[in-house]
Design a protein around this ligand. Structure first.
Ligand code: HAM
Length: 496
């Protein structure tokens, strides 16, 4: 995890604001999602066997507000009674293990507590067993910090009956995601994504192409250089199982030549072996059967049409048969975008089609889906590395460019300065107003160090004459102006 500080945060804002503008023109609207969800949601959608779910999620068991974190010995009987009530009302899961534990503890307390009146020490062993049993209650649902947001979007879509909305439902989101990965450049445990999803009854390849077009339009607007689009089709439930079986059989033959991770994946998820970046596995992987040769007619036609739709938009791409992605919900189209300046973590964006996911999560079987997520941390890094991550400038001139340092001297000048600062800010100028009076030299020195464009000086003389002194800090030129002329003077200076 890391802090994002000014002035870099201004670049983040520019990136996010540009996403809002570009996605908006494609008819996408923002959805804001919870930071944690039931673990089950991710297990079912992303997949139990994926790295993300099997080892990278931050998971914990929630508990009802009514219960103290750790009951003292004297509180235990009341605590167990409260658990009984909460299980009855459904606030605590009524699992078989919980029911049995409750019965054991209720019986044990009935028997044990009267004995304590004679001696607690004598029954210390039973008390220990009791306290362990209490800790083993599952007091609430198991929840996880979200490792990604597609699952949440699909959950929300179903929960709010969005299938009844006209046309395709187009949503975007931005915010933090959490994965327990080994941190390195471009890889963090709390990282940020900007993502978009299209949900609806159509799986037309034109949707796939338009989603990619939007993504590239966004990168283009940001002036990101060197982005490369990689695409693939990984088939569907008709053709993929047979391919995976073939792959599995071939992998068995070369098992001994592969590393430990790939060997494990032969059993858990053979497709993921294709993701391997290990040098010595590359030649072996190159000889494995390719999904492109095993697509069914429908998937082949869909993929061909996606490529045609990309071409008619003038979008260049590289086909990459090894692009299988690390989440289970994908089918047919998968894609990634790589960008320079990122070292080994060079994917700034990943996405694909997930037609069965809505149904899997209890929504209508007719709803199809496709989307992507951009790794905002990586996008920002790549922009900085290629020198287009300048934070000042742009039409709205973000914070960081200080227009006016308003130096005041004397109580009467402070009153006037407070009013003037407010009028300048209302007009859109960035103003720094010292909160306490300072000596002239110190005040102007601070204006310099803050890199203000102008120091506006308000002392008793200026106040009496109804003017302010304006000093351009770049060259030290100074003049006296009335307030109405000050505004146009500052505006003119800004336009350069
Ligand atoms: P993903 O490929 O797991 O896909 O993540 C998308 C992007 O998030 C990656 O390409 C990368 O830029 C960024 N990312 C992932 N993990 C990290 C990390 N630890 N540190 C920094 N950046 C990271 C998904 O999450 C899918 N939900 C995308 C999607 C949306 N597919 C369909 N709809």
């Amino acid at each position: 995890m890391r802090d994002i500080l000014p002035p870099e945060s201004a670049l983040w804002n520019r990136v996010e604001q540009t996403a809002r503008e570009v996605f908006g023109t494609f008819g996408f609207a923002e959805i804001r999602l919870p930071i944690f969800e039931d673990t089950e949601l991710f297990a079912r959608s992303v997949g139990q066997e994926t790295d993300i779910v099997s080892k990278e999620m931050y998971t914990f068991v929630d508990r009802p507000l009514e219960l103290p974190a750790k009951p003292t010995m004297g509180e235990i009987p009341g605590y167990i009674e409260a658990i009984g009530h909460l299980m009855h009302s459904g606030a605590i899961p009524k699992s078989q293990a919980n029911v049995e534990r409750l019965k054991f503890l209720t019986d044990e307390i009935k028997e044990l507590y009267p004995l304590f009146e004679k001696s607690v020490e004598r029954y210390a062993d039973r008390l220990l067993v009791l306290s362990y049993a209490i800790e083993d209650f599952q007091l609430g649902p198991e929840i996880s910090l979200r490792p990604e947001a597609t699952a949440s979007v699909v959950r929300a879509y179903t929960e709010h009956g969005m299938q009844t909305l006209p046309g395709n439902v187009k949503l975007y989101y931005m915010g933090p995601m959490f994965r327990r990965e080994r941190p390195q450049k471009g890889r963090y445990r709390q990282f940020y994504q900007i993502g978009a999803e299209v949900l609806g009854s159509s799986d037309a390849p034109g949707i796939d192409a338009e989603v990619i077009e939007m993504l590239l339009a966004f990168f283009e607007r940001l002036k990101l250089k060197g982005a490369v689009l990689h695409i693939n089709s990984i088939g569907d439930k008709n053709c993929r199982p047979a391919y995976v079986e073939r792959l599995h059989a071939e992998l068995q033959k070369v098992r001994e030549q592969l590393g430990a991770d790939s060997q494990r994946r032969i059993e858990t998820n053979p497709l993921r072996v294709l993701d391997s970046k290990l040098e010595h596995e590359q030649a072996i992987i190159e000889k494995l059967p390719r999904i492109a040769d095993h697509l069914c007619a429908e998937c082949r036609a869909h993929y061909d049409e996606v490529k045609r739709q990309l071409a008619l938009r003038g979008i260049a791409y590289q086909e990459n048969w090894r692009l299988v992605r690390g989440l289970d919900y994908y089918m047919r189209t998968t894609f990634e975008i790589t960008a320079p300046g990122l070292g080994s973590q060079n994917a700034v964006c990943g996405g694909g089609r997930y037609d069965g996911l809505v149904e899997l999560l209890g929504g209508p079987a007719t709803t199809k889906g496709i989307g992507f997520a951009i790794g905002t941390d990586r996008l920002v890094l790549s922009l900085q590395e290629s020198g287009v991550g300048e934070v000042s400038g742009g039409p709205a001139r973000p914070a960081g460019g200080l227009d006016v340092y308003l130096a005041w001297f004397g109580a009467a000048a402070q009153t006037a300065a407070v009013g003037l600062a407010r009028r300048l800010r209302d007009a859109g100028f960035v103003v720094e107003l010292p909160a306490v009076e300072m000596k002239f030299g110190k005040s102007l020195g601070l204006a310099d160090r803050l890199k203000a464009r102008h120091a506006v000086i308000l002392g008793e003389d200026e106040l009496a004459a109804g003017v302010v002194a304006v000093k351009r800090l770049a060259d030290g030129t100074q003049q006296k102006l009335a307030e109405q002329d000050l505004f146009s003077h500052l505006r003119a200076a800004r336009d350069f």
